[in-house]
Design a protein around this ligand. Structure first.
Ligand code: HEM
Length: 404
């Protein structure tokens, strides 16, 4: 199979549900494989890491975007993502990122441990009550979704009663992160973006009238203090913070629990030694990454892994494949929480390195040992349903029984 066929297979519904075979077909063409005109698929760990840190390698700017998808300005979803820090290059990127970064310092995140633990314990009680009579319950609905939503909403100052609103809107919006998008998927993403933007327009107005001690107020004040954040950027970044803050972490909790339940001896060791949670979580991130890919373009010619990438090349950086690069990790398809250094690329690298990595790790490090200890009879029940999504890999539904 040539690299273009391997890539087509990755983009197919089967490839989106299980991308790992297609990654190996691509890897057979080298760590940086030419997969179409000006298109390169990167499966090597060292190469993806190097490219993400290279200042000549950038996210698409407005000019390029006009060239490849001129309709982006009329799409609430594409325009909103384009105005956020996620898809902006320096100097705009550094300016926006700095404003939000104050909320995510290691000290601030460590200070959230008690809040996360209390929310996780409460959700475990609800999960146990829902499954008390031995009925299967959906782990995604009862735990993997509400925990990260509750935490990011508390940071942003979103009222608790509004939290159930976001699941559908965010799932629809994140369709725009897929490398290929059908017109129906774009229409859903636009509908989700419109709802989220309407919601945050109202929250911004409320915080402007009555400031509170939250991240929304901090960003509103940065906007009002001068030209540090435009009105459009304010809205785009609030939406991205909310969506990036839970869609991904929800998938880490779902993918991670499924792996732990499939490896009972490893789960049992974590139950007995919760202090090993950081190593487990990093290996879970490596083994089945909640974010499988990101994209970049080359502003100048770049040579990497022995391959010359001309200026204007499109790069598909396959983080989930890099995490299983056998040159980096011996026996990469094995889940092994005792691995010396899982070093997942799941949070990216370089200037766009995930702002919420510390928070996501904290949530998972608290949640898994607590779940295993409080629900020692937790087991899978029935067949889980994967989302047909490549970029944000997760489950729609993950049925479990919690014991009597
Ligand atoms: C960026 C993954 C959780 C906020 C990123 C990127 C990745 C990533 C791969 C870089 C994208 C790129 O380079 O194109 C993840 C994973 C998570 C997670 C796997 C959970 C397991 C969170 C959380 C937040 C968050 C909890 C909290 C608010 C962000 C933001 C960016 C980002 C704001 C953009 C940073 C920038 O462009 O400078 N994330 N993320 N993420 N993430 Fe996360």
């Amino acid at each position: 199979m040539d690299a273009a066929q391997a890539l087509a297979s990755l983009m197919s519904p089967e490839g989106r549900v299980d991308p790992y075979p297609a990654y190996e077909w691509l890897r057979a063409h080298g760590p940086v494989a030419a997969a179409g005109p000006g298109l390169y698929a990167v499966t090597g760990h060292a190469e993806a890491d190097e490219l993400l840190r290279d200042p000549r390698v950038q996210v698409l700017d407005d000019n390029l975007r006009d060239g490849v998808m001129p309709q982006w300005r009329d799409s609430p979803a594409l325009a909103s993502i384009a105005r956020s820090m996620l898809r902006t290059n320096p100097p705009d990127h550094s300016r926006m990122r700095r404003l939000a970064a104050a909320a995510f310092t290691p000290r601030r995140i460590a200070g959230l441990r008690d809040v996360v633990t209390a929310q996780a314990a409460e959700l475990i009680d609800t999960l146990a009550a829902a499954g008390r009579d031995g009925r299967p319950v959906d782990f995604m609905t009862h735990f993997a979704y509400p925990l990260p939503v509750g935490v990011i909403c508390a940071l942003l100052g979103v009222p608790a009663a509004d939290r159930p609103l976001f699941r559908r809107w965010a799932a629809d919006l994140t369709g725009v992160l897929e490398p290929e998008l059908t017109p129906d998927e774009l229409a859903s993403a636009d509908a989700g973006a419109t709802e989220l933007r309407r919601y945050f327009t109202e929250l911004v107005a409320a915080r402007r009238r009555r400031p509170a001690d939250d991240l929304t107020t901090a960003l509103v004040q940065a906007h009002d203090a001068g030209d540090r954040l435009s009105a459009e950027e304010l809205l785009a970044n609030l939406v991205i913070l909310l969506v990036a803050g839970f869609e991904t972490t929800t998938n880490l909790l779902g993918n991670g629990l499924a792996v732990l339940l499939a490896h009972p001896a490893a789960a049992d060791a974590l139950r007995r030694h919760p202090e090993h949670a950081p190593a487990y979580v990093d290996e879970l991130l490596r083994y089945d990454s909640p974010v499988q890919l990101t994209t970049r373009t080359t502003a100048e010619a770049v040579r990497v892994g022995g391959v010359e990438l001309p200026a204007g090349s499109w790069l598909l950086l396959l983080l989930g494949a890099a995490n299983r690069d056998p040159r980096r990790h011996p026996d990469p398809d094995r889940f092994d929480p005792w691995r010396a250094a899982p070093s997942p690329l799941s949070f990216g690298a370089g200037p766009h390195y995930c702002l919420g990595a510390g928070l996501a790790r904290l949530e998972a490090q608290v949640a898994f040992p607590l779940l295993l200890r409080r629900l020692p009879e937790l087991v899978p029940a029935g067949t889980p349903r994967r989302r047909i999504r490549l970029t944000l890999r997760g489950y729609d539904n993950l049925p479990v029984t919690v014991g009597r």
